[in-house]
Write a protein that binds this ligand. Structure first.
Ligand code: C2O
Length: 549
Protein backbone atom coordinates (compact mmCIF):
# COMPACT_ATOMS: atom_id res chain seq x y z
CA UNK A 1 0.00 0.00 0.00
CA UNK A 2 0.90 3.66 -0.29
CA UNK A 3 0.51 6.59 2.10
CA UNK A 4 -2.13 9.11 1.10
CA UNK A 5 -2.01 12.57 2.63
CA UNK A 6 -5.03 14.83 3.05
CA UNK A 7 -5.33 18.22 4.71
CA UNK A 8 -8.52 19.32 6.49
CA UNK A 9 -8.63 23.06 7.08
CA UNK A 10 -11.71 23.46 9.25
CA UNK A 11 -13.09 26.92 8.71
CA UNK A 12 -16.37 28.77 8.53
CA UNK A 13 -18.01 29.38 5.15
CA UNK A 14 -21.31 30.87 4.05
CA UNK A 15 -23.74 28.41 2.56
CA UNK A 16 -27.21 29.26 1.21
CA UNK A 17 -30.09 26.77 1.40
CA UNK A 18 -33.89 27.21 1.62
CA UNK A 19 -33.47 30.94 0.85
CA UNK A 20 -31.26 31.53 3.85
CA UNK A 21 -27.52 32.01 4.18
CA UNK A 22 -25.64 30.90 7.24
CA UNK A 23 -22.07 30.51 8.27
CA UNK A 24 -21.20 26.86 8.88
CA UNK A 25 -18.05 24.95 9.77
CA UNK A 26 -16.63 23.27 6.66
CA UNK A 27 -13.61 21.27 5.62
CA UNK A 28 -11.62 23.29 3.10
CA UNK A 29 -14.69 25.46 2.42
CA UNK A 30 -16.64 22.51 0.96
CA UNK A 31 -20.10 21.35 1.96
CA UNK A 32 -20.54 18.39 2.07
CA UNK A 33 -16.88 17.77 2.78
CA UNK A 34 -14.28 16.24 0.45
CA UNK A 35 -14.34 12.61 -0.59
CA UNK A 36 -11.38 10.62 0.73
CA UNK A 37 -10.21 7.68 -1.34
CA UNK A 38 -7.85 4.92 -0.31
CA UNK A 39 -7.15 1.42 -1.46
CA UNK A 40 -7.18 -1.56 0.87
CA UNK A 41 -3.74 -1.80 2.45
CA UNK A 42 -2.99 1.95 2.21
CA UNK A 43 -2.12 4.27 5.03
CA UNK A 44 -4.06 7.52 5.43
CA UNK A 45 -2.71 10.65 7.06
CA UNK A 46 -5.30 13.40 7.51
CA UNK A 47 -3.84 16.57 8.96
CA UNK A 48 -6.56 18.64 10.65
CA UNK A 49 -6.12 22.34 11.37
CA UNK A 50 -8.90 23.84 13.46
CA UNK A 51 -9.62 27.45 12.45
CA UNK A 52 -13.12 27.68 13.99
CA UNK A 53 -14.26 28.74 17.44
CA UNK A 54 -15.43 25.29 18.46
CA UNK A 55 -13.53 22.25 19.56
CA UNK A 56 -13.57 19.56 16.90
CA UNK A 57 -12.46 15.99 16.30
CA UNK A 58 -13.02 13.61 13.38
CA UNK A 59 -14.18 10.00 13.28
CA UNK A 60 -13.50 7.64 10.37
CA UNK A 61 -16.77 5.79 10.72
CA UNK A 62 -16.30 2.05 10.22
CA UNK A 63 -12.50 2.02 10.07
CA UNK A 64 -11.44 -0.55 12.64
CA UNK A 65 -8.29 1.31 13.79
CA UNK A 66 -6.63 -1.89 14.93
CA UNK A 67 -4.60 -1.19 18.12
CA UNK A 68 -4.78 2.45 17.11
CA UNK A 69 -7.69 4.07 18.94
CA UNK A 70 -5.66 7.33 18.84
CA UNK A 71 -6.98 7.85 15.33
CA UNK A 72 -10.62 6.92 16.04
CA UNK A 73 -11.74 10.42 16.92
CA UNK A 74 -14.68 10.61 19.38
CA UNK A 75 -13.97 13.57 21.66
CA UNK A 76 -13.18 12.64 25.27
CA UNK A 77 -13.23 8.93 24.43
CA UNK A 78 -10.11 8.35 22.35
CA UNK A 79 -8.71 11.86 22.35
CA UNK A 80 -9.21 15.31 23.77
CA UNK A 81 -10.78 17.53 21.11
CA UNK A 82 -8.67 19.65 18.78
CA UNK A 83 -9.04 23.13 20.24
CA UNK A 84 -9.36 26.32 18.19
CA UNK A 85 -6.01 27.10 16.59
CA UNK A 86 -4.68 23.56 17.16
CA UNK A 87 -3.80 20.74 14.74
CA UNK A 88 -3.77 16.96 14.84
CA UNK A 89 -2.82 14.35 12.24
CA UNK A 90 -5.03 11.25 12.07
CA UNK A 91 -2.63 8.55 10.94
CA UNK A 92 -4.07 5.11 10.26
CA UNK A 93 -3.83 2.03 8.10
CA UNK A 94 -6.75 0.54 6.19
CA UNK A 95 -6.25 -3.20 6.50
CA UNK A 96 -8.69 -6.02 5.79
CA UNK A 97 -11.49 -3.64 4.81
CA UNK A 98 -12.86 -2.30 1.57
CA UNK A 99 -16.08 -0.53 0.64
CA UNK A 100 -18.04 2.60 1.44
CA UNK A 101 -17.48 4.28 4.77
CA UNK A 102 -17.56 7.92 5.76
CA UNK A 103 -15.99 10.50 8.01
CA UNK A 104 -17.70 12.98 10.29
CA UNK A 105 -16.98 15.37 13.14
CA UNK A 106 -17.35 13.70 16.55
CA UNK A 107 -17.76 16.65 18.89
CA UNK A 108 -21.22 17.81 19.98
CA UNK A 109 -23.51 18.04 16.90
CA UNK A 110 -20.87 19.37 14.52
CA UNK A 111 -21.37 16.40 12.23
CA UNK A 112 -24.51 18.11 10.94
CA UNK A 113 -22.19 20.04 8.61
CA UNK A 114 -18.85 18.23 8.79
CA UNK A 115 -19.12 14.97 6.88
CA UNK A 116 -17.94 13.32 3.70
CA UNK A 117 -17.47 9.93 1.99
CA UNK A 118 -14.53 7.65 2.74
CA UNK A 119 -14.16 5.20 -0.12
CA UNK A 120 -11.88 2.20 0.24
CA UNK A 121 -11.25 0.56 -3.09
CA UNK A 122 -10.58 -3.17 -3.15
CA UNK A 123 -7.02 -4.24 -3.89
CA UNK A 124 -6.37 -4.33 -7.64
CA UNK A 125 -5.92 -8.08 -7.67
CA UNK A 126 -9.22 -8.69 -5.85
CA UNK A 127 -11.68 -6.30 -7.52
CA UNK A 128 -15.41 -6.62 -6.81
CA UNK A 129 -17.31 -9.90 -6.40
CA UNK A 130 -19.74 -8.62 -9.07
CA UNK A 131 -19.25 -7.12 -12.54
CA UNK A 132 -17.50 -3.76 -12.26
CA UNK A 133 -19.95 -0.88 -12.54
CA UNK A 134 -19.65 1.73 -15.30
CA UNK A 135 -19.36 4.45 -12.65
CA UNK A 136 -19.43 4.78 -8.84
CA UNK A 137 -21.29 7.64 -7.22
CA UNK A 138 -21.36 8.56 -3.52
CA UNK A 139 -24.77 9.85 -2.37
CA UNK A 140 -24.93 11.19 1.17
CA UNK A 141 -28.29 11.79 2.80
CA UNK A 142 -28.28 14.61 5.32
CA UNK A 143 -30.31 17.22 7.13
CA UNK A 144 -30.36 20.99 6.88
CA UNK A 145 -31.40 23.34 9.66
CA UNK A 146 -32.36 26.95 9.00
CA UNK A 147 -31.14 27.87 12.48
CA UNK A 148 -27.51 28.82 12.89
CA UNK A 149 -25.00 26.36 14.26
CA UNK A 150 -24.99 27.74 17.82
CA UNK A 151 -28.75 27.49 18.05
CA UNK A 152 -28.81 23.94 16.73
CA UNK A 153 -26.11 22.84 19.15
CA UNK A 154 -27.49 24.59 22.20
CA UNK A 155 -30.95 23.21 21.50
CA UNK A 156 -29.43 19.76 21.26
CA UNK A 157 -27.62 20.07 24.54
CA UNK A 158 -30.56 21.64 26.33
CA UNK A 159 -31.69 18.32 27.67
CA UNK A 160 -35.10 19.46 28.76
CA UNK A 161 -36.19 19.88 25.15
CA UNK A 162 -37.55 17.35 22.71
CA UNK A 163 -35.59 16.53 19.57
CA UNK A 164 -35.16 19.55 17.41
CA UNK A 165 -36.30 19.00 13.90
CA UNK A 166 -34.39 19.88 10.77
CA UNK A 167 -35.99 21.89 7.97
CA UNK A 168 -35.01 19.64 5.07
CA UNK A 169 -33.48 16.34 4.12
CA UNK A 170 -30.73 16.55 1.55
CA UNK A 171 -28.96 14.59 -1.20
CA UNK A 172 -25.27 15.50 -1.11
CA UNK A 173 -26.23 18.66 0.73
CA UNK A 174 -29.05 19.64 -1.67
CA UNK A 175 -32.72 19.71 -0.57
CA UNK A 176 -34.30 19.64 -4.04
CA UNK A 177 -37.56 20.95 -5.47
CA UNK A 178 -40.03 19.80 -2.80
CA UNK A 179 -38.72 22.61 -0.54
CA UNK A 180 -39.16 26.35 -0.97
CA UNK A 181 -36.80 27.99 -3.43
CA UNK A 182 -34.66 24.86 -3.71
CA UNK A 183 -35.21 23.82 -7.34
CA UNK A 184 -31.78 25.12 -8.25
CA UNK A 185 -30.36 23.14 -5.30
CA UNK A 186 -31.25 19.76 -6.76
CA UNK A 187 -28.88 16.83 -6.89
CA UNK A 188 -28.81 15.24 -10.32
CA UNK A 189 -27.38 11.88 -11.30
CA UNK A 190 -26.77 11.52 -15.03
CA UNK A 191 -26.86 8.04 -16.49
CA UNK A 192 -26.54 6.41 -19.89
CA UNK A 193 -29.09 3.84 -21.05
CA UNK A 194 -28.12 0.25 -20.29
CA UNK A 195 -25.17 1.08 -18.03
CA UNK A 196 -24.82 -0.10 -14.43
CA UNK A 197 -23.97 2.36 -11.69
CA UNK A 198 -22.89 1.68 -8.13
CA UNK A 199 -24.43 4.14 -5.69
CA UNK A 200 -22.44 4.45 -2.50
CA UNK A 201 -25.25 5.44 -0.13
CA UNK A 202 -24.44 7.01 3.23
CA UNK A 203 -26.98 8.15 5.81
CA UNK A 204 -25.38 11.10 7.55
CA UNK A 205 -28.70 12.49 8.82
CA UNK A 206 -28.64 13.43 12.50
CA UNK A 207 -31.80 11.87 13.79
CA UNK A 208 -33.68 9.91 11.15
CA UNK A 209 -33.73 6.55 9.50
CA UNK A 210 -34.68 7.02 5.86
CA UNK A 211 -36.51 5.19 3.11
CA UNK A 212 -34.94 5.58 -0.34
CA UNK A 213 -36.35 4.71 -3.75
CA UNK A 214 -36.04 5.70 -7.41
CA UNK A 215 -39.19 5.84 -9.50
CA UNK A 216 -39.43 3.00 -12.06
CA UNK A 217 -36.09 1.48 -10.99
CA UNK A 218 -34.99 -1.31 -8.72
CA UNK A 219 -31.89 -1.37 -6.56
CA UNK A 220 -29.61 -4.36 -6.01
CA UNK A 221 -27.91 -4.25 -2.61
CA UNK A 222 -24.35 -5.64 -2.73
CA UNK A 223 -22.68 -4.22 0.37
CA UNK A 224 -23.58 -2.98 3.84
CA UNK A 225 -21.20 -1.01 6.09
CA UNK A 226 -18.26 -1.95 3.85
CA UNK A 227 -19.00 -5.68 3.91
CA UNK A 228 -20.21 -7.55 0.84
CA UNK A 229 -23.63 -9.16 1.06
CA UNK A 230 -25.41 -11.74 -1.08
CA UNK A 231 -27.04 -9.49 -3.69
CA UNK A 232 -30.78 -8.86 -3.39
CA UNK A 233 -33.05 -6.54 -5.30
CA UNK A 234 -35.65 -4.17 -3.85
CA UNK A 235 -37.85 -1.22 -4.83
CA UNK A 236 -37.23 0.65 -1.57
CA UNK A 237 -34.47 0.45 0.97
CA UNK A 238 -34.07 1.64 4.54
CA UNK A 239 -30.86 3.14 5.86
CA UNK A 240 -30.14 4.26 9.42
CA UNK A 241 -27.87 7.13 10.43
CA UNK A 242 -24.33 5.78 10.42
CA UNK A 243 -25.07 3.02 7.93
CA UNK A 244 -23.67 2.80 4.42
CA UNK A 245 -24.90 0.65 1.56
CA UNK A 246 -23.69 -0.01 -1.95
CA UNK A 247 -26.43 -0.61 -4.49
CA UNK A 248 -26.29 -1.37 -8.19
CA UNK A 249 -28.62 0.60 -10.42
CA UNK A 250 -29.00 -0.49 -14.02
CA UNK A 251 -30.22 2.25 -16.31
CA UNK A 252 -32.99 1.14 -18.62
CA UNK A 253 -32.21 0.66 -22.32
CA UNK A 254 -35.60 2.14 -23.16
CA UNK A 255 -36.58 4.56 -20.38
CA UNK A 256 -40.22 5.62 -20.21
CA UNK A 257 -39.13 9.15 -19.48
CA UNK A 258 -35.92 11.12 -19.56
CA UNK A 259 -35.95 11.91 -15.85
CA UNK A 260 -37.08 10.09 -12.74
CA UNK A 261 -37.40 11.19 -9.14
CA UNK A 262 -35.18 9.76 -6.44
CA UNK A 263 -36.74 10.24 -3.03
CA UNK A 264 -35.93 9.94 0.67
CA UNK A 265 -38.43 10.16 3.51
CA UNK A 266 -38.08 9.38 7.20
CA UNK A 267 -39.04 6.16 8.92
CA UNK A 268 -40.20 7.04 12.42
CA UNK A 269 -42.94 6.20 14.79
CA UNK A 270 -42.74 9.66 16.29
CA UNK A 271 -45.82 11.08 14.67
CA UNK A 272 -45.94 14.73 13.83
CA UNK A 273 -43.01 16.81 12.77
CA UNK A 274 -41.52 14.37 10.31
CA UNK A 275 -44.65 13.48 8.34
CA UNK A 276 -44.87 14.41 4.68
CA UNK A 277 -41.22 15.34 4.52
CA UNK A 278 -39.88 13.92 1.29
CA UNK A 279 -36.72 15.19 -0.34
CA UNK A 280 -36.10 14.50 -4.00
CA UNK A 281 -33.27 14.39 -6.49
CA UNK A 282 -33.22 13.60 -10.21
CA UNK A 283 -32.05 10.59 -12.17
CA UNK A 284 -31.51 11.91 -15.65
CA UNK A 285 -30.87 9.88 -18.81
CA UNK A 286 -28.47 11.08 -21.41
CA UNK A 287 -30.41 11.58 -24.62
CA UNK A 288 -29.64 12.64 -28.13
CA UNK A 289 -31.94 15.65 -27.85
CA UNK A 290 -31.86 16.86 -24.23
CA UNK A 291 -34.61 19.21 -23.05
CA UNK A 292 -33.47 22.34 -21.26
CA UNK A 293 -32.45 21.72 -17.65
CA UNK A 294 -34.99 24.26 -16.43
CA UNK A 295 -37.86 22.21 -17.85
CA UNK A 296 -36.68 19.16 -15.88
CA UNK A 297 -36.25 21.15 -12.70
CA UNK A 298 -39.64 22.78 -12.87
CA UNK A 299 -41.49 19.65 -13.86
CA UNK A 300 -42.94 17.72 -10.94
CA UNK A 301 -41.58 14.27 -11.49
CA UNK A 302 -43.81 11.47 -10.20
CA UNK A 303 -42.52 10.26 -6.84
CA UNK A 304 -41.60 6.62 -6.31
CA UNK A 305 -43.92 4.78 -3.95
CA UNK A 306 -42.43 4.96 -0.47
CA UNK A 307 -43.70 3.08 2.59
CA UNK A 308 -45.64 5.09 5.14
CA UNK A 309 -43.50 6.86 7.74
CA UNK A 310 -44.42 4.27 10.39
CA UNK A 311 -44.23 1.13 8.26
CA UNK A 312 -42.27 -1.03 10.68
CA UNK A 313 -43.17 -4.20 8.77
CA UNK A 314 -41.44 -2.86 5.64
CA UNK A 315 -38.33 -2.08 7.68
CA UNK A 316 -38.26 -5.52 9.30
CA UNK A 317 -38.72 -7.24 5.96
CA UNK A 318 -35.90 -5.23 4.44
CA UNK A 319 -33.44 -5.83 7.28
CA UNK A 320 -34.15 -9.57 7.21
CA UNK A 321 -32.76 -9.80 3.65
CA UNK A 322 -29.10 -9.17 4.53
CA UNK A 323 -26.70 -12.12 4.40
CA UNK A 324 -22.92 -12.13 4.36
CA UNK A 325 -21.35 -13.28 1.13
CA UNK A 326 -19.67 -16.03 3.21
CA UNK A 327 -17.44 -17.37 0.42
CA UNK A 328 -13.91 -18.74 0.67
CA UNK A 329 -12.58 -15.33 -0.35
CA UNK A 330 -14.92 -13.38 1.95
CA UNK A 331 -15.65 -15.71 4.85
CA UNK A 332 -18.06 -14.82 7.65
CA UNK A 333 -15.93 -15.28 10.77
CA UNK A 334 -18.83 -15.57 13.19
CA UNK A 335 -17.69 -16.40 16.75
CA UNK A 336 -18.99 -19.90 17.50
CA UNK A 337 -18.40 -20.23 21.23
CA UNK A 338 -19.37 -17.29 23.42
CA UNK A 339 -17.22 -16.17 26.39
CA UNK A 340 -19.31 -13.22 27.48
CA UNK A 341 -23.09 -12.84 27.32
CA UNK A 342 -24.21 -9.24 27.61
CA UNK A 343 -27.82 -8.02 27.69
CA UNK A 344 -28.51 -4.31 27.25
CA UNK A 345 -31.79 -2.48 27.44
CA UNK A 346 -31.56 0.61 25.25
CA UNK A 347 -33.97 3.46 25.06
CA UNK A 348 -35.25 6.70 26.40
CA UNK A 349 -35.68 7.43 30.06
CA UNK A 350 -36.49 10.35 32.27
CA UNK A 351 -34.87 12.59 34.84
CA UNK A 352 -36.62 14.96 37.21
CA UNK A 353 -37.25 18.33 35.60
CA UNK A 354 -35.13 21.13 37.09
CA UNK A 355 -37.40 23.74 38.70
CA UNK A 356 -36.20 26.51 36.36
CA UNK A 357 -37.08 24.57 33.16
CA UNK A 358 -40.13 23.39 31.31
CA UNK A 359 -39.51 19.81 30.27
CA UNK A 360 -41.03 17.87 27.42
CA UNK A 361 -40.65 14.31 28.66
CA UNK A 362 -43.61 12.20 29.85
CA UNK A 363 -45.53 13.79 32.76
CA UNK A 364 -43.37 16.90 32.66
CA UNK A 365 -40.12 15.02 33.25
CA UNK A 366 -36.86 15.69 31.45
CA UNK A 367 -35.84 13.31 28.66
CA UNK A 368 -32.75 11.20 29.16
CA UNK A 369 -31.54 8.10 27.33
CA UNK A 370 -29.65 5.12 28.60
CA UNK A 371 -28.14 1.69 28.16
CA UNK A 372 -29.13 -0.58 31.06
CA UNK A 373 -30.46 2.53 32.76
CA UNK A 374 -27.04 4.17 32.74
CA UNK A 375 -27.02 7.54 31.04
CA UNK A 376 -23.46 8.03 29.84
CA UNK A 377 -21.64 11.05 31.23
CA UNK A 378 -18.98 12.55 29.02
CA UNK A 379 -15.65 12.46 30.87
CA UNK A 380 -13.38 15.50 31.14
CA UNK A 381 -10.34 13.72 29.79
CA UNK A 382 -9.90 11.02 27.15
CA UNK A 383 -10.74 7.50 28.36
CA UNK A 384 -8.18 5.96 26.04
CA UNK A 385 -5.32 7.88 27.66
CA UNK A 386 -6.55 6.86 31.12
CA UNK A 387 -6.60 3.24 29.92
CA UNK A 388 -3.17 3.40 28.33
CA UNK A 389 -1.71 4.82 31.55
CA UNK A 390 -3.88 2.53 33.75
CA UNK A 391 -5.02 5.61 35.67
CA UNK A 392 -8.74 5.21 36.06
CA UNK A 393 -9.51 6.99 39.34
CA UNK A 394 -11.73 9.99 38.83
CA UNK A 395 -12.07 9.27 35.08
CA UNK A 396 -14.15 6.14 34.61
CA UNK A 397 -15.65 3.20 36.45
CA UNK A 398 -15.35 -0.32 35.06
CA UNK A 399 -18.70 -1.37 36.51
CA UNK A 400 -21.08 -0.88 33.59
CA UNK A 401 -24.00 -3.29 34.18
CA UNK A 402 -24.03 -6.17 31.69
CA UNK A 403 -27.57 -7.20 32.57
CA UNK A 404 -30.54 -4.85 33.05
CA UNK A 405 -30.82 -3.61 36.65
CA UNK A 406 -34.52 -4.42 36.42
CA UNK A 407 -35.77 -7.12 34.04
CA UNK A 408 -37.59 -5.50 31.16
CA UNK A 409 -40.97 -6.74 30.05
CA UNK A 410 -43.13 -5.29 27.31
CA UNK A 411 -46.24 -6.72 28.90
CA UNK A 412 -45.63 -4.79 32.11
CA UNK A 413 -47.45 -1.45 31.88
CA UNK A 414 -46.26 1.20 32.23
CA UNK A 415 -42.65 0.33 31.27
CA UNK A 416 -40.63 0.15 34.46
CA UNK A 417 -37.21 0.83 33.00
CA UNK A 418 -37.32 4.56 32.55
CA UNK A 419 -35.27 5.70 35.55
CA UNK A 420 -31.67 6.52 34.78
CA UNK A 421 -28.42 6.66 36.73
CA UNK A 422 -25.61 8.84 35.43
CA UNK A 423 -21.99 7.82 35.13
CA UNK A 424 -18.92 7.31 32.95
CA UNK A 425 -18.97 3.53 33.02
CA UNK A 426 -17.32 0.98 30.74
CA UNK A 427 -17.44 -2.78 30.24
CA UNK A 428 -13.95 -4.32 30.51
CA UNK A 429 -13.27 -7.17 28.07
CA UNK A 430 -10.39 -9.63 27.96
CA UNK A 431 -8.41 -9.59 24.70
CA UNK A 432 -10.00 -11.96 22.16
CA UNK A 433 -13.11 -12.57 24.27
CA UNK A 434 -16.00 -13.53 22.04
CA UNK A 435 -19.03 -11.53 23.01
CA UNK A 436 -22.71 -12.04 22.38
CA UNK A 437 -24.60 -8.81 22.89
CA UNK A 438 -28.39 -8.71 22.92
CA UNK A 439 -29.94 -5.27 22.76
CA UNK A 440 -33.54 -4.96 23.85
CA UNK A 441 -35.40 -1.78 22.93
CA UNK A 442 -37.44 -0.21 25.73
CA UNK A 443 -39.95 2.03 24.07
CA UNK A 444 -41.71 4.79 25.89
CA UNK A 445 -43.66 7.58 24.21
CA UNK A 446 -44.48 5.35 21.29
CA UNK A 447 -42.01 3.01 19.73
CA UNK A 448 -38.78 4.12 18.16
CA UNK A 449 -35.77 2.22 16.91
CA UNK A 450 -32.17 3.02 17.82
CA UNK A 451 -29.30 2.66 15.34
CA UNK A 452 -26.48 1.42 17.57
CA UNK A 453 -22.99 2.03 16.20
CA UNK A 454 -19.91 0.31 17.54
CA UNK A 455 -16.47 1.87 17.16
CA UNK A 456 -13.43 -0.37 16.63
CA UNK A 457 -15.36 -3.48 15.57
CA UNK A 458 -17.71 -5.01 13.10
CA UNK A 459 -20.27 -7.39 14.53
CA UNK A 460 -22.42 -10.13 13.08
CA UNK A 461 -26.18 -9.67 13.35
CA UNK A 462 -27.18 -13.20 14.36
CA UNK A 463 -30.81 -12.63 15.34
CA UNK A 464 -33.58 -10.11 15.77
CA UNK A 465 -37.24 -10.03 16.64
CA UNK A 466 -40.15 -8.12 18.13
CA UNK A 467 -41.36 -8.08 21.72
CA UNK A 468 -39.29 -9.51 24.55
CA UNK A 469 -36.04 -11.29 23.78
CA UNK A 470 -36.47 -14.90 24.91
CA UNK A 471 -33.15 -16.33 26.19
CA UNK A 472 -34.42 -19.92 25.83
CA UNK A 473 -36.23 -19.97 22.51
CA UNK A 474 -34.47 -17.26 20.47
CA UNK A 475 -30.78 -18.35 20.48
CA UNK A 476 -31.44 -21.72 18.76
CA UNK A 477 -32.76 -19.73 15.77
CA UNK A 478 -29.62 -17.62 15.34
CA UNK A 479 -27.95 -17.49 11.96
CA UNK A 480 -24.34 -18.49 12.60
CA UNK A 481 -23.66 -19.36 8.95
CA UNK A 482 -23.98 -16.18 6.92
CA UNK A 483 -25.21 -13.34 9.17
CA UNK A 484 -24.56 -9.82 7.90
CA UNK A 485 -21.45 -8.10 9.25
CA UNK A 486 -21.92 -4.41 10.06
CA UNK A 487 -20.87 -1.57 12.34
CA UNK A 488 -24.33 -0.06 12.84
CA UNK A 489 -27.58 -1.93 13.48
CA UNK A 490 -31.02 -0.70 14.41
CA UNK A 491 -32.49 -2.14 17.56
CA UNK A 492 -35.96 -2.51 16.12
CA UNK A 493 -38.89 -0.59 17.43
CA UNK A 494 -40.41 -2.63 20.28
CA UNK A 495 -37.96 -5.45 19.63
CA UNK A 496 -34.44 -6.74 20.07
CA UNK A 497 -31.32 -7.61 18.09
CA UNK A 498 -28.49 -10.03 18.90
CA UNK A 499 -24.92 -9.52 17.65
CA UNK A 500 -21.61 -11.30 18.11
CA UNK A 501 -18.10 -9.91 17.91
CA UNK A 502 -14.56 -10.86 18.82
CA UNK A 503 -12.78 -8.40 21.14
CA UNK A 504 -9.54 -8.52 19.15
CA UNK A 505 -8.88 -4.78 19.20
CA UNK A 506 -7.28 -3.42 22.39
CA UNK A 507 -8.38 0.05 23.46
CA UNK A 508 -11.49 1.94 24.51
CA UNK A 509 -14.33 1.84 22.01
CA UNK A 510 -17.51 3.87 22.10
CA UNK A 511 -20.88 2.34 21.27
CA UNK A 512 -23.85 4.66 20.91
CA UNK A 513 -27.12 5.46 19.26
CA UNK A 514 -26.35 7.29 16.00
CA UNK A 515 -29.28 9.67 16.54
CA UNK A 516 -27.34 12.66 17.83
CA UNK A 517 -30.17 13.70 20.11
CA UNK A 518 -30.08 10.31 21.84
CA UNK A 519 -26.28 10.41 22.05
CA UNK A 520 -26.56 13.82 23.73
CA UNK A 521 -29.08 12.38 26.19
CA UNK A 522 -26.69 9.58 27.16
CA UNK A 523 -27.52 6.56 24.96
CA UNK A 524 -23.92 5.49 24.90
CA UNK A 525 -21.35 3.27 26.61
CA UNK A 526 -17.79 2.10 26.01
CA UNK A 527 -15.94 -1.21 25.86
CA UNK A 528 -12.47 -1.32 27.38
CA UNK A 529 -10.46 -4.10 25.76
CA UNK A 530 -7.22 -5.36 27.35
CA UNK A 531 -3.97 -5.79 25.51
CA UNK A 532 -3.19 -9.32 24.38
CA UNK A 533 -0.03 -11.20 25.43
CA UNK A 534 1.92 -10.79 22.17
CA UNK A 535 3.68 -7.58 21.14
CA UNK A 536 1.40 -7.21 18.09
CA UNK A 537 -1.69 -7.49 20.31
CA UNK A 538 -1.00 -4.37 22.34
CA UNK A 539 -2.13 -0.81 21.91
CA UNK A 540 0.24 1.37 19.92
CA UNK A 541 1.77 4.28 21.85
CA UNK A 542 0.02 7.65 21.50
CA UNK A 543 1.23 10.01 18.75
CA UNK A 544 3.23 13.00 19.93
CA UNK A 545 0.70 15.55 18.63
CA UNK A 546 -2.27 13.98 20.47
CA UNK A 547 -4.40 16.95 21.66
CA UNK A 548 -4.49 17.81 25.36
CA UNK A 549 -7.64 18.63 27.31
CU1 C2O B 1 -20.48 7.66 13.14
CU2 C2O B 1 -19.49 7.54 17.10
O1 C2O B 1 -20.03 7.68 15.14
Amino acid sequence: GITRHYTFNVRMANVTRLCGTKSIPTVNGQFPGPKLVAREGDRLVVKVHNHINYNVSFHWHGIRQLRNGWADGPSYITQCPIQPGQSYAYDFAVTGQRGTLWWHAHFSWLRVHLYGPLVILPSRSQGYPFPSPHREVPIMFGEWFRADTETVISQALQTGAGPNVSDAYTFNGLPGPTYNCSSKDTYKLKVQPGRTYMLRLINSALNNELFFAIANHTLTVVEADANYVKPFTVDTLVISPGQTMNVLLTASTDPASQAFAMAIAPYTNTQGAFDNTTATAVLEYAATRPPSTSSIQSRRLPLPALPRYNDTAAVASFSSKFRSLATAQYPARVPRAVDRHVLFTVGLGTDPCPSNQTCQGPNGTKFAASVNNNSFVRPRTALLEAHYQRRYAGVLMADFPTTPPRPFNYTGAPPNNTFVAHGTRVVPLAFNASVELVMQGTAIQGAESHPLHMHGFNFFVVGQGFGNYDPVNDPPKYNLVDPVERNTVSVPTAGWVAVRFLADNPGVWLMHCHFDVHLSWGLSMAWMVDDGPLPNQKMLPPPSDLPKC
